[in-house]
Design a binder for this molecule. Structure first.
Ligand code: FA5
Length: 336
């Protein structure tokens, strides 16, 4: 019997880990284990022998359970120590902090132009994206049946409202609110119901400019256009001025820039023409001044409507306008 218990003790001590020990516990202390075997023939013993056997079994039980408990506690504390070692965390290390974002390229260029025009005494105005038909068309000398309305495919809303198709309604709001003399720019998002390609978006940015004063000339207009382009490109760029028709200016011009994506031979951005329409402009039509309560006999002025998104494309040589609204962080991250 003593041998049986010694063998069981030896098995307990030779367990290498908690799993081994658990297997030994079932064999030794379980229902069919050593202790159960020792109790098996109790019924055949004399009462004196039963007392002896009982004492022996109790002592064996104590010794086996004691050995088991001690080894189990040892394995558990070793496992805990190993885990604490592996999962150790230095709470004094500074946190990495949030990843820094970057301004969108349209915002970068918009802010540069705002700074430039502010330095020349212009105010920066804002206008609503949901406009009235009056501000977007009528007050700009584009009555309901005028063919010029077809030049800008419009997202119409209820009650003679629309998503503004250009930033020119902010000219009207500027004239109505501030009156002459007036020097203002108005950057903003505009919307057109047209099909998207490398140089056309349905949602894009323009930047309106207007100056109303006495004796404003085409010379003044060209000066500001040149100043704007020199500040943005920091180098000589080739431009051309050609007649352009907009009912709210007379005379009207289209200022095109030599395509900076292909350098001239033609690409999808310039529609193979070598030129990109960038900066339509002209002298404000007297009808427009009059409908905003300004006397055209006393005041005149110029206005321009820069294609801000296209300017950004030229400045950073972006070969497809769709990148700008793609939300692709690989693209946006380059402007950080
Ligand atoms: C206008 O929107 C006039 N309001 C501009 C103006 C203002 C003329 C003041 C005279 C005086 P236009 O439709 O051409 O004009 O648009 C102006 C510029 O916006 C274009 O030269 C072009 O650079 C840009 N643009 C036009 N359509 C798109 C488009 N779908 N996607 C991206 N840019 C566009």
């Amino acid at each position: 019997m003593t041998e049986l218990v010694d063998t069981a003790l030896e098995r307990i001590h030779s367990s290498a880990n908690l799993a081994d020990l658990e297997a030994v516990r079932v064999d030794v202390l379980g229902r069919k284990g050593v202790l159960a075997q020792l109790s098996k023939d109790m019924g055949k013993l004399t009462s004196e022998e039963r007392v002896q056997r009982g004492k022996f079994i109790n002592a064996a039980k104590q010794s086996l359970e004691g050995a088991y408990d001690a080894l189990k506690a040892k394995f558990e504390s070793e496992a805990l120590a190993a885990r604490l070692d592996a999962e150790w965390l230095d709470l004094t290390v500074p946190a990495p902090g949030p990843k820094r974002g970057a301004l969108h390229p349209v915002t970068l260029i918009q802010w540069e132009i705002e700074d430039l025009f502010r330095s020349m005494g212009f105010s920066v105005l804002d206008g609503p994206e949901v406009e009235t038909e009056h501000h977007n068309f009528d007050a700009l000398n584009i009555p309901p049946d005028h063919p010029a309305r077809d030049m800008q495919d419009t997202f119409w809303l209820e009650g003679h409202h629309l998503l503004r198709t250009h930033t020119s309604p902010v000219q009207v709001r500027g004239m109505e609110k501030l009156g002459p003399p007036l020097k203002m720019i108005a950057p903003g998002r505009v919307f057109r119901n047209e099909s998207v390609d490398a140089s056309h978006e349905h949602t894009f940015y323009q930047l309106e400019g207007m100056m109303i004063d006495k004796d404003v000339s085409v010379g003044n207009l060209i000066y500001f256009m040149k100043t704007l382009l020199t500040a943005i490109f920091h180098r000589e760029v080739t431009v051309r001025l050609r007649p352009g028709f907009f009912p709210f200016v007379e005379p009207g011009f289209e200022l095109d820039i030599r395509c900076l994506i292909c350098g001239g031979p033609g690409c999808p951005v310039c529609k193979q023409s070598g030129w990109v329409e960038l900066l339509p402009c002209g002298l404000v039509n007297p009808h427009v001044l009059r409908s905003s309560g300004i006397d055209p006999k006393e005041w005149n002025g110029f206005a321009f409507g820069l294609g801000l998104t296209r300017l950004v494309m030229m400045r950073y040589a972006i070969d497809d306008i769709r990148w700008l609204q793609s939300g692709d962080l690989r693209f946006l991250g380059q402007f950080a």
